[in-house]
Write a protein that binds this ligand. Structure first.
Ligand SMILES: Cc1cc2nc3c(=O)[nH]c(=O)nc-3n(C[C@H](O)[C@H](O)[C@H](O)COP(=O)(O)O)c2cc1C
Length: 648
């Protein structure tokens, strides 16, 4: 492909691509993001290739291995265009039926469709509740794009924003547009991108850098990976536009080592962008030069922090430094360096294309546009969800997420990753934006949203995040290294039933100190999980400390499994499941758990048939004395009657 050296050449190519494409041609968009890849999407795609060939359809049907479609719960996802029929959980063995029924006969394969709670099948992707309530401004293009084919991006209008910026706008004009749009950084603190760009732009220097933060270290978060994997050109286009506005000549994408598919797709996108003239010297025939290097991070959470990330790119250990001088003024090799998150960069082309006023019409007064969340945990529909800022938690979790798994009760949602906080049920109608989340003691972070049900122990949740942060603290500053460690020791003690009432005060004091004086935001925000759980679930801390009881039955030291003699039907399933032989029983005999041997693995609890519900968790109460050996069961009149195992 000869380099594109003008906007006219780009537009001619675009028209040519569109002309070559028949919008009515059948196209299978096979989600091939990391999640569906793990489900076996490659095998599904291979099965389609061979089945189409068998039926002589290879030229009549296009196969597009796209990036993530978002509904990761139901992979492998296959969408049949142009009708947008969405098949879920597709396996290679389903492929012959899809080819015969849908591609040849035009019928729908009902069993592979989404079924709503009434059992009604929904064939159109956009009618599935998970998608219907979203606004997929940034993420929606994924299903139309094979990330290895730049023409897919160009067909959707890709790089038009870059052409507009380079030839119709001055760098200052681009900067003003992004400032007016009030695009806030999607990677953590929500700092206004335009303001940060301006600082780097206004700092005199011969060299300036623009960097993409694709470190994404938050447990449970994977939206940046999915954008980079599925639509790498959108990130590159935003980055090149930003570099033009800032006056940067070199760019970096800092991407974590554990994202091999994202790196491979990005590498290919960079090659193609250079080949087409979107990177390198005289971009699109302009006087603007810019190129990008990939830097693979070693996977430390702290290296996602701006100064640490830049230190890592320089080839040194990725630890933060005190930021008396911000990285936007003195970053990489002491030069002004602008760092933005993947999603922030990917939003820029849309702002340039559609304008700040349009963008400003979406969202809340303080937070504009949409935000992608990774909705995970105890929710029915897990996946990536993009909604306008200001959408309530209830809409995200119940309308899109389909509510709580197994009919359980919602307890809390944790937002913002390890530095975020938990939000209880009475705040479900909170409109989600940067300021509202901070106001209630959580944060937007990069968009992790972990849903928790009634079986979640909130002390254990705080302990989990502190454990993560203690491992990930670089140890450079004492408040973070020691503060987190001491908080974790206390939480471990509480979960083991050895907590004292004073521990809660000490936790609060340590939290205050770390928040005030830690070197970087890992330390200053580390206490959020503790403070928010203490704020909203203090009764659970009190139960652990004062009553030595774990209300959710999670903390192993604080509960025991017990067979309720009156409910046991001597089916002996628990006996067979116990991996340590801690249960005695026999034909017609009540099963009895030997508490000294029991490891509390829960195998018996899970195995006990729901209709008996004979095994329960006891917490905060004495365990009744075991029934004498040889005690026989009382048979239920109707053993088929259902009943759930009771929890404390
Ligand atoms: C410990 C720590 C880890 C971070 N990890 C990330 C990350 O993985 N991705 C990210 O975009 N920002 C991360 N940040 C925030 C960055 O420091 C920085 O603010 C952000 O990349 C700026 O981009 P934005 O303004 O577009 O959000 C992290 C911050 C801290 C303190």
């Amino acid at each position: 492909m000869p380099k594109l050296e003008s906007v006219a050449a780009l537009e001619t190519l675009r028209q040519d691509i569109i002309r070559r494409r028949d919008p009515n041609k059948l196209c299978l968009s096979i989600c091939s993001g990391t999640g569906c890849h793990a489900y076996g999407s490659e095998k599904v795609a291979a099965a389609f290739v061979s089945e189409l060939a068998k039926n002589g359809l290879q030229d009549k049907v296009e196969i597009r291995r796209s990036g993530c479609h978002g509904f990761c719960e139901r992979g492998t996802i296959v969408v049949v265009f142009p009708k947008e029929i969405c098949y879920l959980k597709v396996k290679p063995e389903d492929v012959p039926e899809i080819v015969t029924e849908t591609l040849i006969k035009g019928n729908i394969v009902n069993r592979l469709l989404y079924k709503d709670e009434t059992g009604t099948a929904i064939s159109q992707e956009n009618e599935i509740p998970f998608y219907k309530h979203q606004s997929r401004l940034i993420f929606g293009a994924n299903r139309h794009i094979d990330p290895n084919n730049i023409e897919d991006y160009l067909a959707l209008g890709g790089y038009a924003a870059l052409a507009k910026a380079l030839f119709q706008m001055t760098p200052q004009g681009v900067l003003e547009e992004v400032k007016t749009a009030n695009l806030r950084g999607r990677g953590g603190g929500g700092f206004p991108a335009g303001k940060k760009w301006e600082t780097t732009r206004n700092t005199p220097s011969d060299v300036k850098y623009c960097i993409v933060n694709a470190d994404e270290g938050d447990p449970g978060a994977y939206m940046d990976r999915s954008i980079l994997e599925g639509n790498p050109h959108s990130v590159l286009e935003g980055l090149i536009i930003g570099a033009y506005a800032i006056g940067a000549s070199e760019g970096f994408v800092y991407v974590r080592q554990e994202y091999p598919l994202a790196v491979a797709n990005l590498r290919r996108a960079l090659e193609q962008a250079r080949e087409y003239g979107f990177l390198g010297k005289h971009i699109l025939g302009s006087s603007f030069d810019f190129d990008v290097t990939i830097h693979r991070g070693a996977g430390a959470f702290v290296s996602g922090e701006s100064s640490a990330l830049m230190t890592a790119i320089e080839g040194r250990v990725g630890e933060p430094r005190p930021k008396y001088i911000r990285t936007s003024v003195s970053g990489l090799w002491g030069k002004p360096s602008n760092l933005n998150n993947v999603e922030t960069w990917a939003t820029v082309p849309t702002i340039i294309n559609k304008g700040a006023a349009w963008f400003g019409g979406i969202g809340t007064p303080g937070s504009k546009g949409t935000k992608i969340f990774s909705l995970v945990g105890k929710v029915n529909n897990t996946g990536l969800v993009e909604v306008p800022m200001g959408t309530t938690l209830r809409q995200v979790i119940f309308d899109i997420g389909g509510g709580i798994r197994g009919g359980k009760k919602f307890k809390a949602v944790q937002t913002g990753g390890p530095s975020g906080g938990v939000i209880p049920e009475n705040l479900l109608d909170l409109p989600v934006d940067f300021d509202e989340l901070s106001r209630v003691g959580a944060m937007m972070g990069s968009g992790g949203m972990i849903v928790m049900d009634e079986d979640t122990c909130m002390v254990d949740v705080a302990r989990y995040f502190l454990d993560f942060l203690s491992e990930e603290s670089c140890g450079k500053c004492v408040p973070c290294r020691e503060g987190i460690r001491q908080m974790l020791l206390i939480l471990n003690r509480i979960c083991q039933g050895k907590g004292e009432p004073e521990d809660l005060t000490t936790l609060e004091e340590l939290a205050r100190v770390a928040s005030d004086i830690a070197l970087c935001a890992l330390g200053t925000t580390a206490a959020n999980p503790v403070m928010s759980t203490l704020k909203y679930f203090r009764d659970e801390y009190d139960a652990h400390v004062k009553e030595k009881r774990c209300p959710a039955g999670v903390c192993k030291a604080l509960f025991s499994y017990y067979v309720v003699p009156e409910k046991c039907q001597a089916c002996m399933i628990c006996l067979r499941q116990c991996p340590v032989g801690a249960i005695r029983g026999g034909k017609n005999l009540v099963s009895v758990i030997d508490q000294a041997k029991c490891t509390k693995c829960g195998a018996c609890f899970e195995a006990c048939p729901t209709r008996f519900g004979a095994i329960t968790k006891l917490s905060g109460v004495p365990i009744p004395a075991p029934v004498p050996e040889g005690t026989t069961v009382i048979r239920k009149a109707n053993p088929k009657a259902s009943g759930a195992p009771s929890t404390p």
